[in-house]
Design a protein around this ligand. Structure first.
Ligand code: ADP
Ligand code: ADP
Length: 232
C-alpha cells in the first residue's frame, strides 16, 4: 500500500514580481515501508516539500494524502488530528522542550493526541534508542546525538505511518549521525514506518532506499524511486 502521495503540489511564496515558486506541480507516491532521501541545492524546495507533505503548511494547489486520507482540503482541526495520528517529525535542532524530562518529551505527542500514556511502553521505546537510563534527565543534560535520539523516540511513540526528518544529522558528529540514521532505518525495516528525510549529506542519503533530487521546485532526478512523477 501507498503511505504518501503528492499530486501536482504547487507552493508559491509572495505575489507579483516578487513571487517565488517553491514547488512546481510536484507529484510522487511512496510505498509504505520505504526510506526516501530528498536532496538538492539550497533553495530547491526541500523544506517546502517536507512542510507541505507533512501538513505543516498548505500547498496553493494540488493534494497530499497519507494512507489514502487527504491532508489538504479539510479544516484545520481535521488536519491537526490526522497529523497527530499518522505523522511524526524529526528536526535538525531537535525541538525538545527544555523544561520537560526525556520521558515527558517523548510522550508529549500521545498526550496532545489525547491518548493514554503507558509508562512501560514509553520507557521501552527509549530503551530502543539507547536512552533507557536517561528517562529523568533534561535535554540540556544530554549530548546532541542523545537529544536527537529522544526526538526520534518522540516521533515514533504514536506509531505513525510516515516520519518526516529535516536534516536530522545536520548538527551531529559522524558517530551520532550514524546512530540516528540506523534508528531511522530500523523504524522502516523493523516497524514498517515510511521515512522521508531531507539531507545535504550523501552519506546520510546512502542509508535511504531511494533518493529524490529537487531543483527549482521540481523533481530533477531520482535513484531507485520509480514512483516519482508516475502519478502526474
Ligand atoms: P530548500 O529547503 O531546498 O533550501 P526551501 O523550500 O527552503 O528550499 O525554499 C524554496 C524557495 O522558496 C526558495 O527560493 C526560498 O527562498 C523560498 N522560500 C521558502 N520559504 C519562504 C517564505 N516563508 N517566504 C518567502 N520565500 C520562501
Ligand atoms: P511494537 O509494535 O514495537 O511491538 P508496541 O505495540 O508495544 O510495540 O508499541 C510500539 C511503541 O510505541 C512502543 O515502543 C511504545 O513505547 C510506544 N507506544 C505506543 N502506544 C503507547 C502508549 N499509549 N504509551 C506509551 N508508549 C506507547
Amino acid at each position: 500500500p501507498e503511505a504518501l502521495r503528492l499530486t501536482h503540489v504547487t507552493k508559491v511564496y509572495g505575489t507579483g514580481d516578487g513571487a517565488v515558486t517553491a514547488l512546481d506541480s510536484v507529484s510522487l507516491a511512496l510505498p509504505a515501508g520505504t526510506f526516501t532521501a530528498v536532496m538538492g541545492p539550497s533553495g530547491s524546495g526541500k523544506s517546502t516539500l517536507l512542510q507541505c507533505a507533512a501538513g505543516l503548511d498548505r500547498p496553493d494547489s494540488g493534494t497530499v494524502t497519507v494512507d489514502g486520507q487527504e491532508l489538504t482540503g479539510g479544516s484545520e482541526a481535521e488536519l491537526t488530528k490526522l497529523r497527530r495520528q499518522r505523522i511524526g517529525f524529526v528536526f535538525q535542532q531537535y525541538n525538545l522542550l527544555p523544561t520537560l524530562s526525556v520521558l515527558q518529551n517523548t510522550v508529549l505527542p500521545l498526550k496532545l493526541a489525547g491518548r493514554r500514556v503507558d509508562p512501560v511502553r514509553a520507557a521501552d521505546i527509549l530503551a530502543q534508542v539507547g536512552l533507557g537510563d536517561r528517562l529523568a534527565r533534561r535535554p540540556d543534560e544530554l549530548s546532541g546525538g542523545q537529544r536527537q535520539r529522544v526526538a526520534i523516540a518522540r516521533a515514533l511513540v504514536t506509531e505513525p505511518s510516515v516520519v518526516f526528518a529535516d536534516e536530522p544529522t545536520g548538527a551531529l558528529d559522524t558517530r551520532s549521525a550514524r546512530e540516528v540514521l540506523r534508528l531511522l532505518q530500523e523504524a522502516v525495516r523493523v516497524h514498517g514506518r515510511t521515512v522521508v528525510m531531507v539531507t545535504h549529506d550523501p552519506v546520510a542519503a546512502s542509508y535511504a532506499d531511494a533518493v529524490i533530487f529537487l531543483a527549482d521546485g521540481r523533481p530533477a532526478g531520482q535513484l531507485n524511486a520509480p514512483t516519482v512523477d508516475a502519478v502526474a
